[in-house]
Design a protein around this ligand. Sequence first.
Ligand SMILES: [Zn+2]
Length: 71
Amino acid sequence: MTFTPKTCPSCGRKSLQVVHKSYTRKARGRSYVVPALEYLECRLCKEKVFTREAMATIERHAPARPRLRAA
Ligand SMILES: [Zn+2]
């Protein structure tokens, strides 16, 4: 049920493709890696587009945030 945009918001072409890559992000001066993240990347301009699920995954890996631990 996830809405997946296919048109690149940067170049306007329908060139987005789903990729699975580790994604390095910076937050509060620290960088962290989200391994095997699924997101959309434009083949032409390399624009990244994150779905809501991808954003949630990024949030879970962000530092300095309370984490829910599985019992
Ligand atoms: Zn593009």
